[in-house]
Unconditional design. Structure first.
Length: 172
């Protein structure tokens, strides 16, 4: 199946909310508590939240979509950092980068990462930060392959349960 990465538009907000919840569930079912996953998705993966990020001139949102048909297969979100480390005006957070696991290995992750780097540069940023679940070895290896280095830790709430995350950074 063919696919493409493109900048998200306001009309994509509902599809992005759906793929955000699907990919979070796909990534963490069997790892995190199911009720916590559902609560997290219902709170954070809303069409309104995605519309706000799409409208925010300091954020960038991209979607990977199937060709033909345009079904969402993954997405990327860059926005203002919300991390417990010192940040500056030249920093941006890679808040989310997910693809459906069925498509892992198809090149979507690297394509989304390249899009994130391009978008960060276009926004005038010089450092990308991100937080990732400390136990997610696959994601951590992906970020390290793309030049990210550990710079800190945080506690991250999913539903009602706190988890230990690590924070990575790399130059744009």
């Amino acid at each position: 199946m063919a696919w493409r990465v493109r900048a998200a538009e306001r009309d994509d907000a509902a599809a992005l909310a759906l793929v955000a919840s699907a990919t979070f569930l796909d990534a963490f079912a069997g790892v995190l508590d199911g009720a916590d996953i559902i609560a997290h998705c219902l709170k954070h993966n809303t069409p309104a939240a995605f519309a706000d990020w799409i409208d925010d001139p300091d954020s960038a949102v991209a979607v990977v979509e199937a060709i033909p048909g345009g079904a969402p297969l993954g997405y990327m979100l860059l926005t203002t950092p919300d991390l417990p480390i010192e940040t500056g005006p030249q920093d941006i957070e890679l808040k989310r980068i997910y693809t459906l696991s069925r498509w892992h290995g198809a090149g979507m992750g690297p394509a989304l990462m390249n899009q994130a780097l391009d978008d960060a540069a276009n926004l005038g940023k010089n450092r990308i930060l991100l937080g990732v679940y400390g136990g997610n070895a696959r994601a951590r290896a992906f970020y390290e392959r793309h030049g990210f280095a550990l710079v800190g830790e945080r506690r991250f709430l999913v539903g009602t349960t706190w988890h230990d995350d690590v924070i990575y950074a790399r130059a744009v």
